[in-house]
Design a binder for this molecule. Structure first.
Ligand SMILES: [Zn+2]
Length: 157
């Protein structure tokens, strides 16, 4: 069984300070990561070996890109990302933060997709939106502890 079957994948971004080796300019870049959150249950069709692997599996996130384009307009050259962690295990606290954020991102996406049906359930929508905003504010207040001090997890809508 593919290890990926053990996880629920979600994209995320994190900022990182990177230094261009060509022009030596240091800048902040928004890098794409993939969060792999361990499923609550062993996936269907798992054999004994898969179950043992699943028991040991841990939620983690991994850097989804290996190169960036220098943000210095006079340089603009591509360089390899180095000097930062490219993989991080999520502790239970972070995992909870991701779990809270993921459904919200999905809701936001659904909201955008159903804009055509807007007229139908206008009242309901605005109530949901207000709730969503309240939730976002709550999440802002309790920032999860993360591996890199300047970083925080957030989802693209
Ligand atoms: Zn450069």
């Amino acid at each position: 069984m593919d290890e990926r079957a053990f996880y629920i994948e979600a994209p995320t971004t994190r900022t990182a300070e990177l230094s261009c080796p060509h022009c030596r300019t240091t800048a902040t870049y928004e890098l794409r990561w993939v969060v792999r959150r361990k499923k609550n249950r062993v996936p269907d069709g798992a054999d004994e070996r898969d179950r043992a692997r699943f028991a040991k599996a841990q939620s983690y996130m991994v850097l989804a890109e290996d190169k960036v384009t220098c943000s210095n307009t006079r340089c603009r050259r591509t360089f390899e990302i180095s000097g930062i962690k490219t993989m991080a295990f999520l502790n239970p606290e972070q995992e909870a933060a991701v779990a809270q954020t993921a459904p919200q991102a999905a809701r936001q996406q659904a909201k955008q997709q159903s804009k055509k049906k807007k007229a139908k359930a206008k009242h309901k929508k605005s109530a949901q939106a207000q709730q969503g905003q309240k939730k976002q504010q709550k999440q802002k207040r309790k920032k999860p502890k993360v591996y890199f001090p300047s970083d925080y997890i957030h989802y693209r809508p």
